[in-house]
Design a protein around this ligand. Sequence first.
Ligand code: HEM
Length: 168
Amino acid sequence: MFPKRCGTCHAAAMHPSVTQVAPLLGVWRGQGHGSYPTIADFDYDDEVVFTEVGKPFLHFVQRTTISGEPRHTETGYWRTVGPGEIEICLALPTGQVEVGIGTATATEGVLSLETEADDYCTPRAKYVSRTVRRLRVEGDTLTYEVLMAAVGQELTLHLRSTLTRVQS
Ligand code: HEM
């Protein structure tokens, strides 16, 4: 058993399985670029927050703005299910939920994650069937790509973003 509580600060101790993805923790801000064959390219301001509560998952929230106006947001869990193995369970207010599996690999100070997910859509949502996410953390820099198969298109890049950790 690992200690549930740190005796000095009363914060929950990190779950051992979360240590493999601990470089993701914190508040990240940066700029992203979006594209898709069916829409015009766009740039966005990006905020991503990963937190842990002593359980075998990270909580994840993303908030984006374009010209200061709120745009896409999403939230969910990155579950640490085994050594190098993760699962994601994410919800989007545009009517999709994303559930899938992935890997986490740490090599020479770089944490790389790749997930592949099926998407389930509410009846009136735009149709998204599959999503692939690639994340890379090196020090205080987080980069990610999101590819999706949606609205009749094959798996294609939708987002690419680079963020800096502004709070641990
Ligand atoms: C995994 C996350 C995301 C999914 C599954 C997703 C999905 C989609 C889909 C299905 C479309 C419609 C394409 C069409 O109608 O031809 C779209 C459009 C768009 N997405 Fe995303 N998106 C995601 C994340 C984001 C993020 C982070 C932004 C940042 C601002 C963003 C901004 C946009 C914009 C500006 C459009 C075009 C206009 C619109 O439909 O609002 N998306 N996205």
